[in-house]
Design a protein around this ligand. Structure first.
Ligand SMILES: Nc1ncnc2c1ncn2[C@@H]1O[C@H](COP(=O)(O)OP(=O)(O)OP(=O)(O)O)[C@@H](O)[C@H]1O
Ligand SMILES: [Mg+2]
Length: 293
């Protein structure tokens, strides 16, 4: 696809947005937004029990040290769950377990009510629709924003078999829509390496979105961002909520305050408290673990 086609796609999306003021999750045909979440596709996650992610009594030890200790937690479809907790609480390790990077010693980890994630490898879990954003620096900095988003589609197994890969009109509409969502529509031709730190992070998120994840795990997404970038990231996450399920680990409490509904506090590898940010911040045990370290 050429940038011309992209511009056409962007125009179509903008026209649609301008003329219809679509409500979240609604399309002109009355169904759910086709771009972000597929309905009734093979391998669809069964969320009839109201949970997209379910962890029960999960534990893992490293050289005898229990990094995760009988951790139980669940997330509803479309929820934006914030996870906080002191350094070493096990937040990143929990994401490692969900994504198949680390195998727990015991416990259950389900995606929806039927997919036992412990039976899958890390690449298979990504393929099932769990996207993870690491803090790692961007690779392939010599590619443009457009090329990186296009590449993200190609890493999807379903399309790699096509030697002469071209975006179809649905994919180019989707690419244009994501560019708009991640605030990079104006920067489509810029090299990834020339973007600001915040823009690089948004691009990474855009690349994940190209693969239409059902659940997104984001570990310290606003670390190193300016205040303005942090605010725009909060807006971005609020846009994604409902269309995707999100698990966001952050230490930035004003960011958490802007985006959170339910906050889970992890400490010593298990849930210490859960509730609104105000509730958990007023919890004596939470105050203790934060002040005690
Ligand atoms: N592969 C590993 N081998 C040994 N110990 C590990 C390993 N991964 C994590 N740990 C230990 O497990 C504990 C939990 O670490 P984890 O990185 O999950 O914490 P965290 O909550 O993400 O902390 P932070 O807020 O600093 O990112 C820490 O004590 C850490 O040193
Ligand atoms: Mg961590």
């Amino acid at each position: 696809m050429t940038p011309d086609l992209l511009a056409q796609g962007a125009r179509r999306v903008e026209e649609r947005m301008a003329t219809q003021s679509l409500k979240t999750g609604q399309t002109e045909s009355g169904g759910r937004e086709a771009g972000f979440s597929r309905v009734n596709t093979p391998g669809e996650v069964d969320v009839t029990h109201g949970r997209i992610l379910y962890l029960e009594d999960v534990s893992v030890s490293f050289d005898g040290f229990k990094a995760i200790n009988k951790l139980s937690l669940d997330i509803a479809p479309g929820e934006l769950r914030c996870i906080i907790g002191p350094n070493g609480a096990g937040k990143t390790t929990m994401m490692d377990i969900i994504t198949g990077k680390t195998r727990p010693d015991e416990g259950r980890v389900y995606f929806g009510s039927t997919i036992d994630l412990l039976r899958y490898t890390e690449p298979e879990i990504a393929q099932l629709g769990i996207g993870r954003k690491f803090q790692k620096p961007t690779v392939f900095e010599q590619l443009t924003v457009f090329e990186k988003l296009e590449l993200a589609l190609k890493t999807n197994k379903a399309v790699t078999s096509s030697l002469f890969f071209r975006l179809d009109s649905r994919q180019s509409d989707r690419l244009a829509e994501i560019l708009h969502t991640i605030h990079l529509a104006e920067s489509v031709g810029r090299l990834a390496g020339n973007l600001s730190h915040g823009q690089k992070q948004w691009l990474e998120i855009g690349m994940l979105l190209m693969q239409e994840p059902k659940l997104l795990l984001l570990d310290e997404p606003v670390a190193g961002m300016t205040d303005e970038e942090t605010e725009r990231t909060a807006e971005l996450f609020l846009t994604l909520k409902g269309k995707h399920s999100l698990m966001v680990v952050e230490h930035d409490m004003s960011f958490i305050n802007t985006i959170s509904d339910i906050v889970t506090v992890l400490c010593d590898g298990s849930v210490l408290a859960q509730g609104t940010l105000a509730q958990v911040q007023a919890d004596e045990r939470v105050i203790e673990v934060y002040l005690g370290r």
